[in-house]
Design a protein around this ligand. Structure first.
Ligand SMILES: Cc1ncc(COP(=O)(O)O)c(C=O)c1O
Length: 400
């Protein structure tokens, strides 16, 4: 067996399942689950229709590179969304379809990390999406956790990373908008990271899968490619972004996303993926094209999340320290007692499930930045989110 398998941590939801098995849920109350970030809004009709219409294409093998039509649709979307210079992205060179960002984020480290270089490091935010850590370990690298600031800013403390760590770093994962914080990296932070990447020779993998769930219609989060282009890096050197339809179009089961950026890196990644065997079915590609081509359903999707934040925040803010995120669909409040005990108590008293913050983070530097925090995913329908908020408030009030 691969020796690193033994170092993989149990997934947060495995830990949560164990916790739930020991908590005696308040069965007289309807269960409300706000632990998993699985979008539950209605699947856009146009996506279902396109998929249904193209189902007979399952008779053909798809290619790893994807169809020209899909790559062109992706380039069109990226160019418009991130105001990239016309023709700076080329469908044949700069984009590849992936079966959701999860597999791509994992596979990317396997492709990029050079194990022959001494002590490779893959750096990542802390708290994080756990795939970054598993990807680093299985690629033979040491994960380096960059703790978030414990203030309203809540961004990773990139400036606290020692130069010798940057020197060994081969790959840096960033997540903007962040899961679980909902914080967005500013162009200035991205510029600083680009300078570090040039100086220390590493690749930046920007997980932007929440980029379309922003809360103010006029304030779309910036992306890494956008900042790179604004800095005159028209070759997107060292930059790769990861996008997905899962959150944008509420189709987590469709498994459709893409990677885009540095042509040299994508060429190597295509080569790697040819062997991995992860080509997207042609009917999924056809449905993805109509999804990337349409913004109406995405605006409607955002409006639904906005409604939830507008309804839930006034209920919770009087009892919990929490801020409105810039984007995403999570709340990341500080809680008055140990986060695991809080979660257990909330299940036992109110039959509401959230995720303990420490399950999404590691003990590093000055502690575990998920301590005394929980993640609340506003994915159920509005009425359920409101009901859950009232029950959480009642539970918090019983503690103080
Ligand atoms: C930060 C982050 N990245 C990536 C993913 C994977 O999403 P998908 O594989 O559906 O694109 C998730 C899913 O919850 C996530 O939270």
């Amino acid at each position: 067996m691969h020796e690193a398998l033994a170092h993989l941590h149990p997934y947060p939801f495995e830990k949560l399942a164990r916790l739930k098995s020991t908590a005696r849920a308040a069965r007289h109350k309807t269960p409300l689950d706000l632990s998993i970030g699985e979008p539950q809004h209605e699947t856009p009709r146009l996506v279902i229709e396109a998929m249904a219409q193209h189902l007979p294409q399952m008779a053909r093998y798809p290619t790893t590179r994807g169809t020209e039509e899909l790559r062109t649709a992706i380039v069109k979307w990226l160019t418009a969304r991130f105001r990239l210079p016309k023709s700076s992205l080329v469908a044949d060179l700069h984009v590849l379809p992936v079966a959701g960002t999860r597999e791509a984020l994992f596979a990317f480290a396997q492709c990029v990390v050079d194990r022959t270089r001494p002590d490779p490091v893959v750096a990542m935010p802390n708290p994080f999406y756990q795939i970054y850590e598993g990807a680093a370990l299985l690629a033979g690298a040491n994960p380096y956790y960059i703790n978030n600031r414990d203030d309203a800013d809540a961004l990773p403390r990139f400036d606290a990373v020692p130069a010798e760590v940057w020197e060994r770093c081969q790959l840096l994962y960033v997540c903007s908008p962040g899961n679980p914080t909902g914080k967005v990296l500013s162009p200035q932070v991205y510029e600083r990271l680009l300078a570090l990447a040039d100086h220390h020779d590493f690749v930046i993998a920007a997980d932007e899968c929440y980029s379309e769930i922003y809360l103010e219609e006029t304030r779309a989060p910036p992306g890494l490619l956008e900042v790179a282009a604004q800095c005159g890096r028209h070759d997107f050197r060292r930059c790769v972004v990861f996008h997905s339809l899962s959150k944008r179009s509420s189709v987590p089961g469709m498994r459709s996303g893409f990677v885009a950026g540095d042509a040299e890196i994508l060429k190597a990644f295509l080569h790697y993926r040819t062997y991995q065997g992860c080509a997207m079915p042609l009917y999924t590609q056809a449905a993805s094209i109509v999804a990337w081509d349409d913004e109406t359903h995405v605006r409607e999707n955002r409006a639904l999340y906005r409604q939830k934040f507008d309804a839930v925040l006034p209920i919770l803010q009087p009892v919990l320290e929490l801020t409105r995120p810039d984007a995403g669909f999570y709340l990341w409040p500080r809680v008055p007692i140990d986060e695991v005990e809080f979660t257990r108590g909330l299940i036992a008293r109110e039959n509401v499930t959230v995720l303990p913050g420490s399950y999404l983070a590691r003990e590093a530097h000055a502690g575990n930045p998920g301590t005394r925090r929980v993640r609340i995913a506003l994915v159920p329908p509005l009425v359920q989110c409101i009901e859950a908020a009232h029950r959480i408030r009642k539970f918090v009030e019983s503690l103080i």
